[in-house]
Design a protein around this ligand. Structure first.
Ligand code: ATP
Length: 325
């Protein structure tokens, strides 16, 4: 295979704090290795619509601390079609790109895996999503920052909950996974954590309420948006009907969880992963994600990162249970 000489980098799917740090690391590592770097704007759409900008060292200065993504991100339906991917490939060929780094989640990696089955330009993925739901990496870029944002918000809500002896249902992101809910729940000392992966959390919440022992204190219930009851509002309404004695309020944290300056942890992870992604291209790798396992860089085929299910940490669940009793 011809040695890589010009790479492209894009961010795709949901944005996550730390994506900029990853773009910076990719750009500077590539330049260090005498590669040219092209930034593709708006994810896969930019490949199809030729939204290209050259990236030099100066272009990625002053961004490591910024949330969002300087390359913007988008969801692109056209890339899901063979015709769309063919246009994307032709455009890459036209400008001489012979390696692509995609920063995103499982949808982004699904597109990259298919592209690599069809075409000869290698793609390497960097896990960038606040949900931390990718198999093969202990952490995804943005997860730690989102966790810290949630904990800060819950601490504030706790103050007012405590002042009024109120119970708050706080909905956090996690449509299919309860990773943010579980960890933030432990970190914020939640009385109950409701996540999609677990069935009997409602029973436990009922037990807590039946016992009445919490009635005079503040109560925080963290609910993952994808929980089986249908989110914080539905759950809180059920509880209100059954236990009218509790003064119940609901807060949905929503998009504030995506924003903000990335934590030191996310900046370092993004820097390590950006560096590793360029190294992987230089080593003639393709169709894989760079991840972090036990604090070491790991190369994980897209196939596995997408298909295999990352399960919640049972030990953390038990700890959450014990510490909220
Ligand atoms: P997040 O986890 O933050 O939502 P994501 O990468 O999973 O991020 P998606 O919107 O699912 O976000 O996917 C991003 C983009 O990847 C899509 O807009 C589309 O362009 C591409 N993509 C997703 N699935 C496929 C597929 N089956 N074939 C080709 N491309 C795909």
């Amino acid at each position: 295979m011809a040695r890589i000489s010009k790479i492209a980098v894009l961010t795709s799917g949901g944005d996550a704090p730390g994506m900029n740090a990853a773009i910076r690391a990719v750009t500077r590592t590539a330049l260090y290795n005498k590669l040219e770097v092209i930034g593709i704007k708006e994810g896969y759409r930019g490949m199809i619509e030729k939204l290209f900008i050259p990236l030099w060292s100066i272009d990625v200065s002053d961004i490591i601390q910024r949330g969002g993504t300087i390359l913007k991100t988008a969801r692109c339906m056209e890339f899901k079609t063979p015709e769309g991917r063919q246009i994307a490939y032709n455009n890459m060929k036209e400008i001489g790109v012979n390696g692509i780094i995609v920063i995103g989640g499982d949808g982004t990696f699904t597109g990259a895996r298919i592209f690599n089955e069809e075409f000869d330009i290698p793609m390497i993925g960097i896990p960038g999503t606040i949900d931390n739901d990718l198999y093969g990496t202990d952490y995804t870029i943005g997860y730690d920052t989102a966790l810290n944002t949630v904990v800060e918000a819950v601490d504030k809500i706790r103050d007012t909950a405590s002042a009024h002896n109120r119970m708050f249902f706080i909905e956090v992101m996690g449509a299919e996974a309860g990773f943010i809910a579980l960890r933030s729940g432990i970190a914020a000392g939640a009385e109950a954590i409701i996540i999609p992966e677990i069935n009997n959390e409602i029973d436990k919440l009922n037990q807590l309420l039946e016992s009445g022992r919490r009635q005079r204190a503040s109560n925080i219930v963290i609910v993952a948006e994808g929980d089986k009851e249908g989110g914080a509002y539905k759950l809180a309404n059920k509880v209100k009907e059954r236990y009218p004695g509790y003064d119940i309020r609901i807060t949905v944290l929503g998009h504030l969880q995506r924003g903000g300056s990335p934590s030191a942890f996310d900046r370092v992870s993004a820097s390590r992963l950006g560096y590793a992604a360029v190294e992987a291209l230089l080593d003639d790798q393709k169709s894989l994600m760079v991840g972090i396992q036990n604090n070491e860089i790991a190369l994980v085929p897209f196939r596995k990162a997408i298909k295999l299910h990352k399960s919640v940490n049972q030990n953390l669940l038990e700890i959450a249970d014990v510490l909220s009793s």
